[in-house]
Design a protein around this ligand. Structure first.
Ligand code: FEO
Length: 388
């Protein structure tokens, strides 16, 4: 068990998962992921969430190290997604007298996922309800669509601990030595990004709450400088660019479009744009490309024409951006086509369906390979983007 100090009476019993190939069936996690679970020890004992079913045994062993022969009185379920709810049945079997605390939707989903008799065990709570454990008391804060409908946070009033569900979580096992913001941002935009308005609503509810530590369901417990993390969540969920900079994302068949993308990235740096990221959409991590698209205020898309339209990995990227509510950015287009360049027109049509996207009027068209006239057009576009 990773040793995580929270307080004398609130203890970590979660697990690291470094064997997982894809988180949520789609995201690479080179440093794994943690499924966090906590015990609140008082006259009554509350177990906060479970873990993925693949790690049930390790999790139950962690609980027994803390509890010995005692049993939890309550299991609080903040979220029914299987990375946290996957061990509920194992916990019910292990602790038959334990009550399960959730909201009405939690129990609907629980019945769908599991076969045990939910009704006999359930304690249904709603916004603002409290569960007293002794000195410790949990107050429930509904957080619908952050990022499932049943999500709720719990605020422990005695030690001022916020159990924030997936909010403030990140990819990476607890022993991963890496920057918090990088993997928290990739996690946020890919998993929660669509629901900025709902995250804003929860941030408003939390604005007056005195919080001494945030215990998320993934990644480290946050105990210091909480305004930094809350500030980033406010930036991200309001779709405000975090940094001035440009993402150059390209989809290239034989390398000519890639060459143009690399050329304009160099030009941007020469023109003083300090943050320029470049991604090969066919080969690099799509989730990181999404993250960078949201991080910066500007983006250049360079794409080959294919089957009279957009090369597939670029189309996939644009569909992801649309699904995640990409907005409030400036975008420029580069297309390539040997006989009928169409990628620019098709990319523009998709971007026009997004909110508050300024698309630069001039699309640079490459005919097969970069020539002198293309260099001049790229330089003009770089100039426009550097000053956009
Ligand atoms: Fe970490 Fe939405 O589950």
């Amino acid at each position: 068990m990773s040793k995580v100090d929270i307080t004398d009476n609130i203890l970590y019993v979660g697990v690291n998962d470094r064997d997982i190939d894809l988180f949520e069936g789609q995201y690479v996690v080179p440093e794994g992921v943690s499924y966090n679970s906590y015990l609140i020890m008082d006259e009554k004992i509350a177990l906060m969430d479970t873990v993925d079913a693949r790690k049930s045994e390790e999790w139950l062993a962690n609980i027994k190290v803390v509890l010995g022969t005692r049993q939890p009185d309550y299991l609080v379920v903040s979220h029914m997604e299987p990375d946290h709810a996957g061990s509920i049945a194992a916990a019910v079997e292990e602790f038959p007298d334990m009550k399960i605390v959730g909201n009405a939707k939690t129990f609907t989903f629980m019945g769908q996922f599991f076969g045990f008799e939910v009704d006999a065990k359930k304690v249904v709570v709603a916004e603002g309800d409290e569960l007293t454990l002794g000195k410790h008391c949990l107050k429930f804060i509904m957080a619908p669509m952050v990022h499932w409908p049943e999500v709720m946070m719990s605020y422990e009033t005695y030690e001022k601990i916020l159990f924030s569900a997936d909010g403030f979580g990140k990819f990476g096992a607890l022993d991963a030595e890496e920057d918090w913001a990088c993997e928290a941002r990739r996690y946020y935009f890919n998993i929660v990004g669509k629901y900025g308005a709902q995250v804003q609503a929860v941030l408003k509810k939390l604005a007056g709450v005195d919080v001494s530590a945030i215990c998320p369901l993934h990644g480290p417990v946050l105990k210091e400088n909480l305004s930094y993390y809350i500030g980033l969540y406010n930036t991200w969920s309001s779709y405000t660019p975090e940094d001035e900079g440009v993402l150059v994302a390209y989809a290239s068949i034989y390398g000519n479009t890639a060459g143009a993308a690399k050329k304009i990235a160099e030009m941007l740096k020469e023109k003083g744009v300090s943050k320029v990221a470049i991604t090969d959409l066919a080969r690099d991590d799509m989730a990181e490309a999404i993250e960078d698209a949201f991080r910066y205020d500007r983006m250049i898309l360079a794409c080959s024409t294919y089957d009279g339209g957009i090369f597939p990995c670029m189309e996939d990227f644009l569909m992801h951006l649309k699904a995640k509510n990409y907005q409030k950015r400036t975008v420029a287009l580069i297309e390539n086509g040997t006989w009928a360049p169409m990628a620019g027109k098709k990319m523009r049509e998709i971007l026009e369906g997004m909110k508050e996207i300024k698309i630069l009027e001039n699309t640079v068209t490459i005919r097969s390979s970069v020539k002198e006239d293309t260099i001049a057009a790229l330089a003009a576009l770089a100039d426009e983007m550097a000053n956009a």
